[in-house]
Design a protein around this ligand. Sequence first.
Ligand code: SAM
Length: 280
Amino acid sequence: MSAQLFVVATPIGHLDDMSYRSIDVLKSVSLIAAEDTRTSAQLMKHFNISTPLTACHEHNESNKIDILVQKLLNGEDIALISDAGTPLISDPGFKLVRAAQANGIRVIPVPGACAAIAALSAVGLPSDRFSFQGFLASKQSQRLQQLEKLKDETQTLIFYEAPHRILDSVKDMAAVFGADRPVGFAREITKTFETIKKMTLGELAEFIAADHHQQKGEIVLVVGGASEEKDMEQEKLDQLLQRLLQDLSVKAASQLAADLTGIKKKIAYQRALELSQAAE
Ligand code: SAM
């Protein structure tokens, strides 16, 4: 008799990101457990979904679980949604999913928008291995400790950050990871003022400090792993050498690149040689 618990993703800004399947599921279930029923009521209205809503947020999730699991065991299908994006991803829902699973209830994901994945897909940093870190601590001493533990991590790191803390967090990251570490800044994804940029942590701190608009809205930071600044330096050197090699000999191009960047002449010569041979 037991029913199913659907974990349904909703848009993170642009309402057209709502999937056909998510609308069908939300219309077909008996009850929708929502983080904030007032926020979700607007979404339901937009998509003509009249299924009743019940609140299930971080403060009442533990108490609500028994009631929701009982309803599922009685045969009522339930959908879980959060205010935006994928439930459980820096949002409530984990305890409910775990309890449903423990009671033999089938849990079905209905995938869709997730700010972390959307940011990773567009910032141009390695996406083969990444680690989602959620929100850093709001207290600076704790934040610095958390960053210190991540300093040597070679995977790409994804952080959510509140707008009023973004500048402080980026400055702390630059202090711990180094100002040259590459970072992707993804703000207001899918919304009117969407901003997607890749630069170094030092440059990002300056960019945000100089323009207070960048300290507004919703933000994801994607930080390159510990070896990534070397790759970025290599990428920049290659671009410079490739341009110089269009007009100069290997010797002259490498000499000029060494003068401009401060890298050793021998290294610049070796790389210029490789690039010119590869181009032949
Ligand atoms: N469950 C959501 C998801 O799947 O992405 C995340 C919920 S978490 C409480 C909210 C945080 O996600 C925001 O503070 C921001 O860091 C990030 N976020 C959500 N929507 C975003 C958007 N449109 N653009 C950039 N970041 C966003």
